[in-house]
Design a protein around this ligand. Sequence first.
Ligand code: SAH
Ligand code: DHB
Ligand code: MG
Length: 223
Amino acid sequence: MSESRAWEDVDDYFITHLSPNDEPLEAALRDSDAAELPPVNVTANQGKFLQLLAQIQGARRILEIGTLGGYSTIWLARALPADGRLISLEYSARHAEVACRNIARAGLDTLVEVRVGPALESLPKLTDENPEPFDLVFIDADKANNPHYVEWALRLTRAGSLIIIDNVVRGGRVADADSTEPDIRGTRAAIELIAAHPRLTGTAIQTVGSKGYDGFALARVLD
Ligand code: SAH
Ligand code: DHB
Ligand code: MG
């Protein structure tokens, strides 16, 4: 059995037992596929991992950067209390439209707001609104801007908040200091920012699975 086939079988096994997609999640994937959105959503066990982190965090307010069809959004929003709030930023109006339908079908439209536009334009507007700090920020958009997203996350959070970055390994390419790929350079800059920043402490974990070899970075905001 090839290694990546084993990764898929193990994901299937874990997902079947621990985090099967229910009808709203299945429908979200089906409609995202029908609308030809790229199939780069988190897997079901990763979605459940994000949901557990939000619950451990006691998150009442969540910020997501990169909505796609709202699949990760649904997992995260399900961790919220009835008076919670999730704001998700998405560049593509087409992706946001699919996401909003998926989120509404999951019964989460009262908790979730999707804002359309480049996140680097939405984030300053969000700061101007002077919102209550976010308890958790999930960064999963254009990886070249990852260091900027970490900076904005710091402005929009509090001591004890959790910042999560998806796709920090990319088949191992993150270890290439000479990479000219904007995504890799952005991710390396974000990792090095977390390392150097006096108000952040973090780590990163490699993962394998049906989406291949990748990983998450986690950072906690300090006083
Ligand atoms: N979080 C989703 C996957 C997000 S894929 C999930 O796991 O289900 C990345 C998304 O980021 C895409 O929908 C893409 O359109 C969006 N994106 C890319 N550049 C962006 C930008 N500058 N601002 C906001 N969103 C952006
Ligand atoms: C890509 C984006 C993602 O958010 C992801 O989880 C995997 C891949 C991509 O753009 O290739
Ligand atoms: Mg991702």
